[in-house]
Design a protein around this ligand. Structure first.
Ligand code: NAI
Length: 354
């Protein structure tokens, strides 16, 4: 099986190399077709941030594993990432946030386990960037929420929640104020909920949701939101489990899916070789499971969990009194720990079914 890989900008190539080394060492039977995509391609005059060859390759292979990409600055210029999601209608952004032992947070120290999946609508809302000045003193932004757009992401969230064996699915919204737009999203949520009587479906107003997530994160399981609110709530959840270095993301569409870390290009540490590859590795594990490489995903994840439990850490997390390792050393530690069993959260080994 072949997938498209774009290493990205900034720390992208450093963390992508680390993750692909781990995949190769684990014998993942994937071939990689590297494609030209990112800010540097945009600078060469390709306004969507990718060459026509890259676009063709991604469209024929159906899977893109990508590093972070810098958003070009300036008015009228669109983010490469947002363009890619729209071009291929990857309408559901799935982000899994789990307690990782060895990554200290206030919740892990208090023994409160977190396992929250955020499903964020990925195409609509204010992300069309349709804004203009109504008068010199009044700026106007347009927000689109459609029934078909809401339906496809909410259906995905329910299907995924059922497969995950979730106990609860929650719609986060602000329908008390945006009665028409968020009202439509909420209406569709409860329409879809009728088809899944075994799942407990409820809704929480987004500000209350934020408060509840930081006080009782263990009460939530799957949460589905519109684009902008989902973006903000996702980063809040990343903070609950240790920060952006541990936040993976999958952009799911019917024909093309994109797997990437939530974090950006980290320009402040680019080229130093110290970036944390965990978020990209976790995104890669989601991709392996999506493609049916269950055995590889479990083997790598168990080695990662064991490595974190041993206190191996890059400079952005972990016990500061213990020396940190660099990106390459972190990846090597994971490889060296293949076959080891973590004390917490061990993943069962299912057979590969690519
Ligand atoms: P950022 O996520 O790149 O960095 C925020 C902070 O987190 C920095 O201090 C950085 O050093 C740290 N950090 C991020 N990832 C890390 C890692 N793997 N290991 C260790 N530390 C890490 O956010 P920022 O600075 O706002 O954005 C930089 C660029 O990235 C911008 O051009 C932005 O548009 C782009 N970006 C791209 C994304 C994507 O490709 N999906 C997502 C978010 C931002």
């Amino acid at each position: 099986m072949k997938i498209a890989v774009a290493k990205g900008d900034g720390i992208g190539p450093e963390i992508m190399d680390a993750v692909l080394n781990i995949f190769n060492a684990n014998g993942v039977a994937l071939e990689y077709q590297f494609v030209d995509m990112g800010k540097w391609v945009f600078d060469q005059g390709h306004s969507n941030g990718m060459t026509p060859e890259a676009q063709k390759t991604i469209e024929s292979l159906g899977i893109l594993f990508k590093g972070p990409m810098e958003t070009p600055k300036g008015k009228g210029v669109k983010s490469v990432n947002v363009t890619a999601r729209k071009t291929w209608n990857t309408y559901a952004n799935k982000r899994v946030f789990q307690t990782l032992h060895g990554v200290d947070t206030v919740f892990s120290k208090a023994g409160i386990p977190i396992d929250i999946t955020i499903v964020r609508e990925n195409i609509e809302d204010t992300y069309g960037g349709i804004e203009h000045m109504l008068t010199p003193d009044v700026a106007l932004s347009r927000r689109f929420i459609t029934r078909p757009g809401s339906l496809q992401v909410i259906k995905y969230a329910f299907e995924m929640a059922q497969k995950k064996g979730a106990r609860r699915i929650t719609c986060g919204h602000k329908a008390n104020i945006m009665k028409i737009t968020d009202g439509l999203f909420l209406e569709v949520f409860y329409e879809v909920a009728k088809q899944y009587p075994d799942l407990k479906a409820d809704d929480v107003i987004v500000d209350d949701l934020c408060m509840k997530l930081v006080t009782r994160p263990d009460a939530f399981d799957v949460v589905v939101l519109t684009n902008l609110q989902g973006d903000i709530v996702s980063d809040l959840c990343a903070g609950l489990v240790g920060g952006l270095g541990f936040a993976p993301s999958a952009n799911i569409g019917d024909h093309i899916s994109i797997f990437e870390a939530v974090h950006g290009t980290a320009p402040d540490i680019t080229g130093k070789g110290i970036a944390n590859p965990t978020a990209l590795l976790l995104s890669g594990l989601t991709m392996l499971r999506h493609l049916g490489f269950m055995e590889n995903a479990a083997s790598i994840e168990n080695a990662l969990l064991y490595t974190l439990e041993q206190g191996v850490h890059t400079g952005d997390f972990g016990d500061k009194s213990k020396p940190s390792v660099n990106t390459v050393q972190f990846a090597q530690a994971v490889i060296d720990n293949f076959g080891r069993v973590p004390q917490h959260g061990m993943k069962p080994t299912l057979p590969n079914k690519p």
